[in-house]
Design a protein around this ligand. Structure first.
Ligand SMILES: Cc1cc2nc3c(=O)[nH]c(=O)nc-3n(C[C@H](O)[C@H](O)[C@H](O)COP(=O)(O)OP(=O)(O)OC[C@H]3O[C@@H](n4cnc5c(N)ncnc54)[C@H](O)[C@@H]3O)c2cc1C
Ligand SMILES: NC(=O)c1ccc[n+]([C@@H]2O[C@H](COP(=O)([O-])OP(=O)(O)OC[C@H]3O[C@@H](n4cnc5c(N)ncnc54)[C@H](OP(=O)(O)O)[C@@H]3O)[C@@H](O)[C@H]2O)c1
Length: 519
């Protein structure tokens, strides 16, 4: 038990709450620093229409069920927030959280950079703690913006989230960016932070162009269409068509049966698999193709994608392997059909005084408002928190590789620090919980890290997998299609039996979820 050790957790979203709960369970002293005045992270400020996209059976704590009053499969964001708040109360986490406290930077004190470069084991010994190594956290009070005292901890867990704070904004050449535009340009972050009345005043009667085609873009388009109707249709400019889904039941078959069980993972080439599994994945590739066509035909039929020119060029499994899969808002294509949303392909574009000029076209699309629903830079957010330029470079890794995190949590060359919640899955709560349990066992001394060389080798294996199956989206670090294989690795490290089902058939075909790991 780690009675003496203080663990600093940055962020009080779902990942931070989980980290706090599992650190407490092992007897550590966790202290959570949360920049906002409440817990819940992304679920505290989002569009009014935001619901869980993941079925709640997958998005639940393994030891704390959704209340029976929540009967729907996809609860709205208020209910997700209530559920996480109840979790925090149930496990008495709130008294460990320092609200309105932003961690500006973290600074490692202990071994010098030269000493660290000579290490063969993570943190010098493979152990999570050392007698001389400490992290110093510089804190800012977010109410009065003053820097407060520095705080020293034995271990840092970064749970800062990846879908907030640092927007991904497209880059433009000179005189081609937002600066030449006569209207307003905002990011989806700004839109999400407005209340409905402000949005109404902002959007009503205006010509709106939304850049992007994923969940933020389609949700915002639905709101704009509801406000302005066909009179002032809202345009969505997209680069890539995606297999966004209308439901989780392609032709009546649960998607989880096709993609979230061990059998489905047999169809993929997995990092570190042996000869037999390689052969099996190759033999089963026609079946993978057949599953894909089965699902795609359902989506195409149900949404009428061909009519709107929205059939993706890639296959459906690519969408799962990138964690880009999102649920199409109800009646989205009805709005496209009636003309209150106009979809337009725009692989590249620039701003003009009156709006947006799509490359290859002669005339600009006129706009009063352009909303960039272009996602976030979670990697930059992680980088910015380190004081050391060396650690900044290490955490980012090469731009041509995914972020180099062993078990998606630990950087082989950054001591006494873990990241929870960067690498994505199809249910981020479930994945963050598995990672926090693994981390708690590591900190409690149940297992050790392998050598730095071994850690890097393992990271490279997962890099190959991500590049093979996620293509240009490899830096999203999605493990969604191999959640069970990934969990198996965590279980083996912790000395748990990775096989959680009763009987071979169940083991092969029953979908896995958080409750399989309840202890
Ligand atoms: C609108 C929306 C809907 C989503 N829907 C789903 C879904 O249906 N299913 C799914 O699996 N995933 C979904 N996600 C992904 C979602 O990010 C995760 O499910 C999960 O909530 C992430 O939790 P987190 O704690 O890792 O990060 P966050 O929720 O982003 O929390 C991070 C916390 O850290 C705090 N913080 C950040 N930096 C600092 C700092 N320097 N100092 C102090 N505090 C700091 C922030 O204030 C925040 O409270 C959604 C994301 C968004 C944006
Ligand atoms: N549960 C919910 O209701 C809900 C609501 C909102 C968001 N979310 C989640 O929040 C996360 C973030 O979603 P998001 O939609 O904000 O971001 P996102 O998933 O990262 O999507 C970004 C979009 O912007 C486009 N884009 C990025 N850079 C561009 C550029 N330079 N030019 C043109 N287009 C560009 C992308 O195009 P490409 O497709 O070509 O890459 C993509 O369509 C996701 O996990 C999402 O599921 C959930």
């Amino acid at each position: 038990m780690g009675i003496e050790r203080e663990v600093g957790i940055v962020g009080g979203g779902i990942s931070g709450l989980l980290a706090c709960k599992y650190m407490l369970e092992k007897g550590f002293h966790p202290i959570v620093f949360e920049a906002q005045s409440s817990i819940g992270g992304v679920w505290t400020k989002t569009l009014a229409t935001t619901k869980l996209q993941t079925p709640k059976v997958l998005y639940q704590f393994s030891d704390f069920a959704w209340p029976s009053s929540v009967t729907e499969d996809f609860p709205d964001h208020h209910k997700v927030l209530d559920y996480s708040t109840s979790y925090a109360h149930h496990f008495d986490l709130l008294r460990h959280i320092k609200f309105n406290t932003k961690v500006e930077q973290i600074h490692f004190e202990g071994s010098s950079e030269e000493e660290m470069q000579a290490w063969h084991l993570w943190n010098g010994t493979g152990d999570p703690f050392s007698s001389k190594g400490k992290w110093k956290l510089s804190l800012r009070n977010t109410l009065n913006h003053e820097l407060t005292q520095e705080y020293q901890v034995d271990f840092v867990i970064l749970c800062i989230g990846r879908f907030s704070d640092v927007p991904n904004t497209p880059k433009f050449g000179p005189d081609k960016g937002p600066e030449v535009f006569g209207g307003k340009v905002i990011h989806s972050i700004d839109y999400s932070s407005m209340d409905y009345q402000t949005i109404l005043d902002f959007v009503k009667g205006k010509q709106v162009i939304i850049i992007g085609s994923q969940k933020s873009a389609s949700d915002i388009a639905m709101e704009c269409a509801a406000i302005n109707g066909v009179e002032h249709p809202c345009r969505m400019l997209y680069r890539t068509e995606h297999w966004n889904i209308p439901d989780y039941l392609p032709w009546g078959v649960p998607l989880a049966l096709l993609y979230l069980n061990r059998f489905s993972e047999l169809m993929l080439h997995k990092p570190g698999q042996g000869f037999l599994l390689t052969v099996l994945a190759t033999i089963l590739s026609p079946l993978r193709w057949a599953f894909s066509k089965f699902v795609e035909s359902h989506i195409k039929w149900k949404l009428g994608l061909a009519k709107f020119g929205m059939v993706p060029k890639h296959d459906f499994p690519r969408e799962i392997s990138t964690c880009l899969i999102s649920v199409v808002p109800d009646k989205f294509y009805d709005k496209v059909q009636e003309g209150s949303i106009i979809l337009k392909k725009a692989p590249s574009f620039c701003f003009t005084q009156e709006g947006i000029l799509v490359d290859g076209e002669a005339a600009s699309l006129k706009a009063d408002i352009v909303i960039l629903a272009t996602g976030f830079k979670g990697d930059e957010k992680l980088k910015n928190i380190f004081a050391s330029p060396t650690f900044k470079d290490l955490i980012m890794g090469s731009p041509n590789e995914p972020l180099p995190l062993y078990r998606e949590c630990i950087h082989a060359e950054i001591p006494q620090m873990a990241v929870i919640g960067f690498s994505e899955s199809l249910s981020n709560l479930y994945t963050s919980e598995m990672r926090c349990r693994w981390l708690a066992e590591l900190l409690d001394g149940r297992f050790k890290m392998p050598s730095i060389e071994e850690m890097k080798k393992e990271v490279r294996k997962w890099d190959e997998y991500k590049k093979k199956y996620s293509g240009k989206y490899y830096r999203r670090s999605c493990i969604g299609a191999l959640q069970i294989w990934y969990n198996d690795e965590l279980c083996k490290d912790m000395g748990w039996n990775p096989y959680r089902k009763k009987g071979l058939l169940a083991e092969l075909f029953e979908p896995y979820g958080p409750l399989d790991y309840s202890t």
